[in-house]
Design a protein around this ligand. Sequence first.
Ligand code: NZQ
Ligand code: ZN
Length: 380
Amino acid sequence: MNNFVYNNPTRIIFGKDTIRELKSQVPEKQPVLMLYGGGSIKRNGVYAQVKRALKSHRVVEFSGIEANPLYETCMKAVADVRRNKVQFILAVGGGSVLDAAKFIAAAACYKGKDPWSILRTHGAELTTALPVGTVLTLPATGSESNGSSVISRAATAEKLHFTADCAFPVFSILDPQTTVSLPRKQVRNGIVDTTVHVMEQYMTYPAAAPLQDRLAESILQTLVEVGPGTLRNPEDYDLRASFMWSATLALNTLIGCGVPQDWSTHMIGHELTAFYGLDHAETLAIVMPGVWTHELKRKEAKLKQYGKRVWDVRTAREAIAKTERFFNALGMPTRFGAYQIDADEAARKVRSRFAERGTVLGEHNNLTPSVVAAILRSRA
Ligand code: NZQ
Ligand code: ZN
């Protein structure tokens, strides 16, 4: 196991009727920006609960954060933060709203000329941001308990991430009841995204980290156990609660401690969202089986371990097939064909982007732009 620092500062407040805790968690007397998306929180009662809890706070609202949040929209919120001397940002919604809040919090304190640099440098020099608290309504990204944010820029069709210690939320409220209103598609997306988060911290090579392996496998086993059920029975609280907690633990930095990681599926997936507008999880389901198949020899030991422990199969290829079938059974396609996207064209576009940026991916740094192109062509 490699050396690591584990320092997750986010307080998680989990369970039924926990939104009322906002009253004591959000600082009073200072202006608070309440950030949300396109209106789901107004329809499912979350908005009313938040407003009730904050009735003695000074709340400024900013709505309209889109899925795959746009830099252009976030910069309008930054102007509101400055104008109203906001000292705290409360994000209410899914990963997109949470990610937008983190970027707005960082951009509002940014002293340089061009806040897009925060994303271009992936947060390398970021040390200050306003405090962010969250009320999560969509289990998927883990954004409620990590220091990462992914922002898109309409003008250039880019989608980039940043990660910084100062971007961890100070608290996150997770009430599984708020997720009952999710459309099936978003639940499906959340299960797939969570699965891939575990995989990108697990599916590399043995690293003498048996506890990390077991933690990862137990999240995967839980997803296999509760995922299909929570899709079918959204009102079953216990299933939804287990799924929600799985999504948080999958990407709160715990299972990645001291082990090699391979974020190539996510990095390639972000380009596919930027070019074609596919949902984040849709891109992952296409790419990951391709990365695994291409890297079969290098990942074989872990693929076999996963296959045996999670699916009770013997070979690496069977483990890949089981994973694809799991996604398909949730209603998630794993090929470009399902979206009428030309795999050759996608391969060309992503290859030239990565070549421009000098991007090389994978735990062995062997996925060059042309290897990525070959992987994408194999997913027609
Ligand atoms: O905008 P509203 O009206 O709120 O509707 C949203 C949105 O249309 C809706 N929704 C959310 N909660 C709901 C609900 N509808 C009904 N009931 C509820 N309880 O769901 C739609 C999708 O929401 P979004 O926040 O976009 O989804 P998700 O949570 O999957 O976030 C995706 C974004 O997170 C990034 C992705 O790249 C993408 O931009 N990621 C962030 C990560 C991180 N910060 O660590 C890691 C991930 O790998 C990922 O890259
Ligand atoms: Zn993801």
